[in-house]
Design a protein around this ligand. Structure first.
Ligand code: ADP
Ligand code: MG
Length: 373
């Protein structure tokens, strides 16, 4: 899927692709970034997703120009940027703690980047009001920052980041200080804003659901390296290694061994699909809880079924779904997500009782056991 460069709103500026090559940043003997290479397409919404300390902020700060990498290259379009100071990069930035000017009004905060760029006051006024309209704060221009709620402050920070029509927008966990309802709402608003502006966006979060909700593509980052890059669907359905399988969504990882003859045939098919050289490796199955369903006695012998049998250890009611934790005969654990309405109609789940589970084979992913760590 190749996107063409999109026009930014009412302007002739193009959004830019970002090409990062072998970027390394060390602090003493810590590799905050370890030879990271990443291409962000023009106009794309790309999310850096990873646990705390994985290097997300370091990468964002290097793109913005606030931190000088130890080695490697960052190009905007074809132009090398590593030595360009932040104010010459034309990058809009939203910080986790908003970083607004508390003594200025909403208007003055949003006008600030335009004043720096010596835009005339008539145009400043027009552009600030347009930006405030976009973030639904038209009526708040004269308010002081300390008279705003968290969500309103975040909108001011956003307006300030895009008012000067940057060609790249960077956001570092911008919603993490908001409560869940507001965060969900702001995720949708940010997505709509991105669609409207068409600006290349790099977004940082440690929240996998937020990343899945918002992104064109996700770069999963772990320990200063990119662990996997792909669309939300690719990352969720085909995790490349144990880290991604665990970090995004829920999963059970089982060594590839045969449970019964159907399983044996299925495993043979899976292994046959692997490249010949890779059949020597040991593999594990990644199984998402929603890929399993509870089956009753009379369904077990169907030739299409891949059946696991085990004992119910735990039943956790979570509203629309329930999570059932099952211990298999070989000691492995499997988590199964079931719709509670279906459960009420069809199957009784009782702790300590034996249960049979069918695995939907089209969704099974294999990962090499050497990549489990
Ligand atoms: P994230 O944003 O993913 O939580 P960071 O990019 O802030 O992670 O940090 C990555 C690693 O670099 C961490 O191990 C962190 O302790 C280290 N680090 C970040 N900034 C500094 C600094 N100024 N001095 C020393 N170590 C740092
Ligand atoms: Mg951070």
């Amino acid at each position: 899927m190749k996107k063409t460069t999109r026009l930014a709103t009412n302007d002739n500026q193009f959004s830019l692709p970002i090409k990062i090559k072998d970027l390394t940043k060390t602090y003493d003997d810590v590799f905050a970034l370890n030879r990271v290479s990443l291409d962000v397409e023009a106009g794309e919404f790309l999310t850096l997703l990873g646990p705390s300390g994985s290097g997300k902020t370091t990468l964002l700060m290097a793109i913005a120009g606030f931190s000088r990498p130890t080695a490697g290259s960052i190009c905007f379009g074809e132009k090398e940027m590593v030595l360009t100071p932040p104010h010459r990069r034309e990058v809009g930035m939203v910080f986790q703690n908003y970083a607004l000017f508390p003594h200025m009004s909403v208007f003055e905060n949003v006008a600030f980047p335009l004043k720096l760029r010596k835009v005339n006051s008539v145009e400043i006024s027009e552009r600030v009001y347009e930006a405030l309209k976009t973030v639904q704060l038209s009526d708040f221009s004269e308010r002081r920052i300390d008279q705003l709620s968290g969500g309103q402050k975040q909108r001011v920070a956003l307006a300030r980041a895009f008012v000067f029509r940057p060609r790249i927008l960077l956001m570092d966990e911008p919603l993490s200080a908001l409560d869940k309802k507001l965060r969900d709402q702001m995720q949708i608003e940010l997505k709509q804003l991105h669609r409207k502006l068409g600006v290349t966006t790099v977004y940082v979060t440690h929240d996998q659901r937020e990343a899945l909700t918002m992104s064109d593509r996700i770069a999963v980052i772990n320990d200063g390296k990119i662990s996997q890059l792909g669309t939300p669907k690719q990352i969720y359905n085909h995790p490349a290694n144990r880290f991604v399988a665990d970090f995004i969504g829920e999963s059970s990882v089982l060594p590839l061994v045969c449970q019964n003859s159907n399983m044996l045939y299925f495993m043979d098919q899976l292994v046959a699909k692997l490249k010949a050289a890779e059949t020597q490796k040991l593999w594990s199955l990644v199984i998402r809880p929603e890929m399993l369903s509870i089956v009753s006695e009379n369904e077990i012998n169907s030739p299409d079924c891949l059946i696991f049998c085990g004992i119910v250890l735990e039943y956790i009611y979570q509203g629309e779904t329930a999570l059932v934790i099952v211990k298999l005969e070989n000691g492995s654990m499997l988590s199964v997500r079931v719709s509670t309405s279906l459960l009420q109609q069809k199957h009784q789940v009782k702790i300590s009782e034996t249960i049979s589970l069918n695995l939907d084979r089209q969704f099974v992913t294999l990962i090499p056991q050497e990549l489990e760590k």
